[in-house]
Design a protein around this ligand. Structure first.
Ligand code: NAD
Ligand code: ZN
Ligand code: ZN
Length: 394
């Protein structure tokens, strides 16, 4: 039994104190897990664009400070609260921002992965058990002493900390021999993208696909479409430096909207004889979403919306446009039910069905987390792996 079990742990965390303020690494207290909760030691965490969005604090859901961001990680169970049966101390796990209770009306049906109790909720910032937080400060942001202040949770996870507490519905056990840094990618970006292609669009062999936004999520869509035998994968991005890497994920054609004198959808319709079978919006920009929608073939084209849209603007479509037979649907966490489907997906990745290694473009120590944020903001990284807690095994 861990000697820390049942006790408050003092450790380091990166705190977001306000919108666009550099994260501050400081000491915090992490309370023991309560009923059906799990406390994890975070080994590695990467940064997803959604972390950037919440750090920007553009809308009300995003403005809850101080907060511990981070949702893409891998860790070890330090201790579990009362009633937790499926994981135990020492298990290797990945946190998941979209949980699975296994018992509600959604979890017992195949159709959806949006668990009634633990689905991703951008407004949620406290634990369901008692409406409290398990994190508190020991010092002020400049290191002075203060009365302890509570720190908010984020997306069911909060991984930019050496220790975190989550609901056990948001923890997925993985093979202890799996490559841990790569497993961290399954916590969000790669599962989201590959799942959007496999589960949401159900990409078939020999079909054509357009992916808008070639960050990790978009490239994971491409990798998923490649693995399913798509014959043509058109990558659209305003940052030409993304194109070279994209070839590894099966992207066959590149379109930079900045180089065009006509709308992207027109260009895609021209080169594909009417439009692609599937398009995926992975930038979080509503105008790009319209281009993605219009890029598919009338009659059967299907658009999957993956980006997160911080603006209050609504879908830029006229209802009559849906009479042309194009479909559009959103996809959360790639449609994967985390606890029941991710372990199998992880096995497939380990067999090489999906290649994870190319997604890791940078590695930095935890202390350099603000540099890692900057790399993603500048479009210079896909995923930067941060080593969070020190550990010896590998
Ligand atoms: P990223 O920042 O690494 O990649 C975004 C890419 O889009 C970049 O390459 C950028 O150059 C490109 N881009 C941005 N604006 C563009 C434009 N107007 N035209 C063309 N290209 C443009 O981000 P990421 O981590 O890959 O995440 C992508 C999106 O997916 C984000 O909105 C993120 O919040 C969202 N997301 C959704 C889910 C989900 O479950 N639905 C999960 C994870 C991430
Ligand atoms: Zn994410
Ligand atoms: Zn459920």
């Amino acid at each position: 039994m861990a000697e820390t079990q049942g006790k408050v742990i003092t450790c380091k965390a990166a705190i977001a104190w306000g919108p666009k303020e550099p994260l501050v690494i400081q000491e915090i207290c992490v309370d023991p897990p309560q009923k059906l909760e799990v406390r994890l030691k975070i080994l590695y965490s990467s940064i997803c664009h959604t972390d950037l969005g919440f750090w920007n604090g553009t809308n009300e859901a995003e403005r809850a400070f101080p907060r511990i961001l981070g949702h893409e990680a891998v860790g070890i169970v330090e201790s579990v609260g009362e009633g937790v049966k499926d994981v135990k101390e020492g298990d290797y796990v990945i946190p998941t921002f979209n949980g699975e209770c296994g018992e509600c009306r959604v979890c017992t049906k195949e159709e959806s992965n949006l668990c009634e109790k633990y689905q991703v909720d951008p407004m949620k910032r406290v634990m369901v058990n008692d409406g409290g937080t398990r994190f508190s400060t020991t010092t002020t942001k400049d290191g002075g002493s203060s009365q302890s202040q509570r720190i908010y949770h984020f997306l069911n996870t909060s991984t930019f900390t050496e220790y975190t507490v989550l609901d056990s519905a948001c923890v997925v056990k993985i093979d202890p021999n799996a490559p841990l840094k790569q497993m961290s990618l399954l916590s969000c970006g790669v599962s989201t993208g590959v799942g959007a292609a496999w589960n949401s669009a159900k990409v078939k062999e020999g079909t054509t696909t357009a992916v808008f936004g070639l960050g990790s999520v978009g490239l994971a869509v491409a990798e998923g479409a490649r693995a399913r035998g798509a014959s043509r994968i058109i990558g659209v991005d305003a940052n030409a430096s993304k194109f070279e890497k994209s070839k590894l994920m099966g992207v066959t054609d590149f379109v930079n909207p900045k180089d065009l004198t006509k709308p992207v959808h027109q260009m895609i319709r021209e080169i594909t004889g009417g439009g692609v079978d599937y398009s995926f919006e992975c930038t979080g920009n509503v105008d790009v979403l319209r281009e993605a929608f219009l890029s598919t073939h009338a009659g059967w084209g299907s658009t999957v919306l993956v980006g997160i849209y911080p603006t209050p603007r609504t879908l830029p479509l006229h209802p009559m446009e849906l009479f042309e037979g194009r479909k559009i649907a959103g996809s959360v966490f790639g449609g994967f039910k985390p606890k029941s489907q991710l372990p199998n997906f992880a096995q497939q990745c380990m067999k090489g069905v999906v290649k994870l290694e190319p997604f890791i473009t940078n590695e930095l120590p935890f202390e350099k987390i603000n540099d890692a944020f900057q790399l993603l903001r500048d479009g210079k990284s896909l995923r930067c792996i941060l080593q969070i807690a020190k550990f010896l095994k590998r």
